[in-house]
Each structure stands twice: as structure tokens, then as C-alpha cells.
Design a protein around this ligand. Sequence first.
Ligand code: BT5
Length: 324
Amino acid sequence: MKEAILAVLRRHPGEYLSGEELSRGLGVSRTAIWKHIQALREAGYRIDSQPRRGHCLLAVPDLLYPEELRAGGRLGLWGREIHYLTEVGSTNETARSLAEEGAPEGTVVLAEIQTGGRGRLGRTWVSPFGKGIWMSLILRPPIAPPSAPHLTLAAAVAVARAVREVTGLPAGIKWPNDLLVNGRKVCGILTEMKAEVDAVHYIVVGIGINVNLRAEDLPPDVRKLATSLMMELGAAVPRVRLAQEVLSRLSELYSLYLREGFPPVREAWKELNITLGKRVKVSSAWEEYHGTAVDIDDEGALKVKGEEGRERKFYAGDVTLRGS
Ligand code: BT5
């Protein structure tokens, strides 16, 4: 009902709608309308209520409420089941538990703050309150486990397109899971899955985007390599609009992937990447490899031509860009 009242108020920007009108239109009592309006106010909506004129929506809070995300009506696959949490350990963890309990493909988990945000290999992901988009998506694609990295690459494409659309900033993808703006990291993606040898049960794609963080929100060691969209743009970026854009683009790209496979994702990735053609260092737990990044293969692995002239493929690792 809260969502229905909001939808009506939204359709009449700047207008006052009487309790009488709202109660008739929505088929509930005026007292119920009043209670829901109170609850909306407590949730941060600014609603002016005047005795003879009625209620008018003045401002919506900058929080990632599901009703806000759904307002544009463009979330596609991701519009059905959105779990919004003010605070969470890690949205990937919550999504994993939900997936274990049978949550359907298309489930979204997002939070205003993560107290235990994670990167790859148990690293920490800094996720302060109300300043980023910290979210995890559940997918159940009919693919074999070696193809799971396709979804990391698809998510990176969706975020890069969304960031470019909403901010105009030149976001580029660094293989496998980073998005950089002006050489610094604004987004990281953590893809985790449960699978058997020949079938994926579910995949959780965790996306962290630094939207309105200030330098002091990041610890000094992270600050050296990271930035936020606000820091690069010099102005705050609307998080709801950006999240909507990411979700709608990923919904489109994922259906294309299910219809046509990896080739269209690969093409889109190549257009937005800033890795290929560069001299790189690929680091893993056991080695460092220097060479030039030349391509990605059908599984999304990075092909690197080594300084000794041999070509190697990497399925995981940390890439440092060293120029072209
Ligand atoms: C990643 O790992 O980049 C994956 C990050 C995924 C975060 C999302 S948020 C929603 C979901 N829930 C989670 O718990 N995680 C996902 P990796 O490539 O391993 O990079 C981690 C490294 O990035 C850290 O060791 C830091 O150096 C750096 N880092 C930490 N927080 C950062 C931030 N907010 N912005 C930029 N860099 C950061």
C-alpha cells in the first residue's frame, strides 16, 4: 500500500491530493492512508500535508528503497524480488543464503552499508553507509562452470555503460573485474557460484560501485588506487538512477547472452575494455607474468603474449596496467 500511495503521489508532482481522493482511488480508509503517509515520512520521504488541500510529495530520500528502484519500471529481470537491508555483513553472503533456500533467478540483495564487504580471495571491500551501490544478484543460467566468468564480464559491461550514461565519465574495464575511471578503481565485481562438474546451481554476482564516497571514506592504502564517481565528477551522483541503469542494462545483456551466447558480450566488453593492447603484469598466488594483453578467449580468459614471445592464458589473477 505504501508503494501504491507513493506511485499516485509521484504521478502528480507538485500537486496536493486529498486523503479522500487517495482513499477512494486505492480502496482503503483515510486513517490507513494517514498511517502509511506517516510511515513514508519516517522512511525519509518529505510529504507536505495540509488540512484542506491534502498531501504532496516534495522530495524522496537518497536511499536505495525497492519502491524507488522500481519507480522507473525498467528493471526487467531484477524487478521482482528485491531485498533491501539498511545494514548487512556482505550482500554476497545474504544472496548465497537466499539462493540456498531456493530464491529465484533475478533476486537482488542490496544494502546501504556492509560491515564485512568482501573482495576476491578474502580481501576487504570498503562499503560506507549511503555512499555506494553494494548489491548482489542471483542467477541460475543453464551453463557449465567454466563459463561462469562470462557473467563477471557482462556485469562489468552493464556497469560501464550505466556509469557512462549517468555521469558521462570515461569508465573502462580492467580484466577481469574492475572498472576504472582515470586510472583508478570505482567498481569491483565478485562472482561466486555453486556448481557440480557439469552444471551451475546458482551464481551470485556482487557489484560494488563507489558513487558518492569522499577521499576520507577510504583508508589510505585503498585511496591510492581507488576513487568515486563523485570525486571524479565533482558533483554527487544519484544512486537510484545509477542502480536502475545498471540493472536494466544487465537484464538486457543477460537475455541476449541466454539467446546468443558469449559472442555479443565479448564484443561489448572489447569496446569498453582498457586492458587489451596494454603491457600488463598478471599476478596470482604463485607467480607474476609480464607481457602484452592481446585478447580474451571464448571462456573470458585473458590471453597475454609474454616478453619471451609465448602466449599464455589466465583464468584468474590481478592485472596491473603498465602502459601501451
Ligand atoms: C573486488 O575484489 O574488486 C570485488 C569487490 C566486490 C564488492 C561487492 S559489494 C557487493 C558485494 N558484497 C560483497 O561482500 N562484495 C561484493 P578485488 O579485485 O579482490 O579487490 C579488492 C581490493 O580492492 C582490496 O584489497 C582493496 O585494495 C581495494 N578496495 C577495497 N575497497 C574498495 C573500494 N570501496 N573501492 C575501490 N577499491 C577498494
